[in-house]
Design a protein around this ligand. Structure first.
Ligand SMILES: *[C@@H]1O[C@H](CO)[C@@H](O)[C@H](O)[C@H]1NC(C)=O
Ligand SMILES: *[C@@H]1O[C@H](CO)[C@@H](O)[C@H](O)[C@H]1NC(C)=O
Ligand SMILES: *[C@@H]1O[C@H](CO)[C@@H](O)[C@H](O)[C@H]1NC(C)=O
Ligand SMILES: *[C@@H]1O[C@H](CO)[C@@H](O)[C@H](O)[C@H]1NC(C)=O
Length: 332
């Protein structure tokens, strides 16, 4: 496999992508993933997210909020955060007990996975109405609309029964409403402000090309790797001159542990047609200066690097050797 890594081989002025790339809508939501294996085994996982960036975790052993960033407290006081922590602790333990007590009454068969997403969104600077969605074994189950619980069609009779049951309790409805329409919007704005430095950072991608022989003889699968960029929106295309290669296949944008992103974009070509292809990358961190890497130009660049570096290393070795000698001479 040919593996070439070099940065900014060619930089040209491109069209203005920055406006398209700037994100105007952002959501903040709490997520719950609960698994019930049987009558006696349950696991609750909790987290909070700003779009695709996790801001908080939940330690279910100790029942405490995990703050994942220095700015994860937003502008909330310790008292308010402790109140929330207590609320979640109470909710998780209460839900588990209630679920296990009522599973047979509601004709629920184990194992069960429950996912809940609750939060609010900022659209072009305006907070919109909060949302609450619950899924049951991967299917929509119920949501919260107009201050009451509404079953989803996929949820069937069970969802109807659960909603009927939940709608009796004003306290639960009010708590959900308060979380969606008060806590989440305030935390969303507070986090955006406190985390500004982190959230508005621009990290340039590293780009490199590789190829592997495709399944068919005489064909190559060219891959353009774009790694370590932030924020997530990006445009990557295989090109021949100014012509976008429409057979370009884009993979999923995958997260790195440090919050930056990785993307691999491939093109299946006849080996003899590979020369002259290039991979073009547009990203807000690059402003209008797209990165363009040409396929096949790599070797000459590496040769140039060798041509510069090898004599340099030799020179350094010579200098070091001379120094050593000089020292010995002065001692003797
Ligand atoms: C933001 O949300 C509004 C309302 O849903 C939508 O019309 C608009 O296209 C969205 N903008 C972006 C950049 O996604
Ligand atoms: C319940 O499920 C857990 C986890 O899968 C398992 O370890 C345990 O043996 C099960 N208990 C019963 C009573 O089936
Ligand atoms: C919301 O509920 C109120 C009273 O329960 C009702 O009058 C109103 O029509 C409902 N609105 C929607 C959009 O369902
Ligand atoms: C945090 O900031 C938001 C938005 O500026 C504001 O509405 C809220 O009152 C502030 N304080 C708290 C404790 O939420």
């Amino acid at each position: 496999m040919l593996f070439l890594e070099f940065l900014f081989l060619d930089v040209v002025l491109g069209g203005s992508i920055t406006e398209n790339v700037v994100q105007k809508n952002i959501s903040f939501y709490l997520m719950q993933i609960s698994s019930y294996a049987n009558q006696s085994w349950a696991q609750n996982r909790g987290s909070a997210w700003l779009d695709e960036l996790q801001t908080h975790g939940w330690d279910s052993e100790s029942g405490t909020i995990i703050f994942l960033h220095t700015w994860s407290r937003g502008n909330f006081s310790n008292e308010e955060l402790e109140d929330l922590q207590l609320l979640f602790r109470f909710y998780f333990s209460g839900l588990t007990v209630e679920f296990q007590n009522r599973a047979s009454e509601l004709q629920i068969n184990y194992p069960v996975d429950i996912q809940v997403r609750l939060g609010s969104e900022l659209h072009s600077g305006e907070i919109t109405k909060g949302f609450f969605h619950a899924a049951f074994n991967g299917l929509n189950f119920l949501s919260y609309q107009n201050k009451s619980w509404v079953p989803s069609p996929e949820g069937g009779m069970t969802a109807q029964k659960v909603c009927d049951l939940l709608n009796i309790y004003e306290g639960i409805k009010e708590t959900a409403y308060y979380l969606m329409n008060d806590v989440c919007p305030r935390l969303l704005l507070g986090l955006l402000d406190a985390g500004k430095m982190d959230l508005q950072r621009q990290v340039r991608p590293e780009v490199w090309l590789s190829s592997s022989p495709n399944l068919e003889p005489g064909r190559l699968l060219l891959a353009c790797h774009v790694s370590g960029f932030y924020p997530k929106p990006i445009w990557v295309m295989w090109m021949r001159g100014a012509q976008e290669q429409l057979e370009t296949k884009q993979g999923d944008i995958l997260p790195h542990a440090d919050g930056t992103w990785y993307l691999r974009v491939t093109l299946d070509v006849a080996a003899k047609e590979a020369a002259g292809l290039s991979c073009r990358v547009r990203h807000s961190s690059l402003r209008d200066q797209d990165i363009i890497l040409y396929w096949g130009h790599g070797l000459s660049v590496i040769l140039i690097i060798f041509a510069v570096i090898v004599p340099l290393v030799l020179l350094i070795v010579l200098v070091l050797l001379c120094k050593k000698r000089c020292t010995y001479q002065s001692i003797s």
